[in-house]
Write a protein that binds this ligand. Structure first.
Ligand code: ZN
Ligand code: ZN
Length: 144
């Protein structure tokens, strides 16, 4: 994973600074997309601390080089995760009450069935399917 991140930085002639490395590490260790505040909190347990002042700017760079993507929830708070082609294909459990998102993986056989069905639907509309996104909306353990 790390090599791929470095490659993207090189390709875009951007520096992979220690702050940017730290953001990638915090996101890589998370089981869910994170809000800015959560990123700051999680980095405070490491030796290096994320600087809030440059966090937004660094996130923009990370988005531009294709390492980080924004995730949309049921609230208006921005959340970030590593790009799906780095993190691996997964889905999200989205809480409609508090907006929290958790990553969830579907068994491969089910993914294959899902792709088959979606491909049929897409074809019917003359649409070329590249990938799919599927969110599960409901209430998290805390809000249920
Ligand atoms: Zn919730
Ligand atoms: Zn899927």
């Amino acid at each position: 994973m790390h090599g791929e991140v470095v490659r993207r930085f090189t390709k875009h002639k951007q520096r992979y600074t220690s702050q940017r490395r730290l953001i990638v590490r915090v996101l890589a260790e998370s089981d869910r997309p994170l809000m800015i505040l959560q990123m700051l909190k999680r980095s405070s347990s490491t030796k290096k601390v994320l600087a809030q002042s440059s966090l937004y700017r660094n996130l923009v760079v990370l988005e531009n080089v294709g390492v980080v993507q924004r995730v949309f929830s049921t609230d208006d708070v921005a959340r970030y995760e590593l790009n799906e082609d780095i993190l691996g294909h997964h889905h999200h459990l989205v809480c409609s009450k508090c907006g929290d998102i958790r990553d969830v993986r579907i068994p491969e056989s089910l993914e294959a069935n899902l792709d088959k069905t979606l491909l049929t639907i897409a074809k019917r509309s003359g649409f070329r399917l590249d990938q799919h996104r599927l969110d599960l909306i409901g209430r998290c353990g805390k809000c249920a």
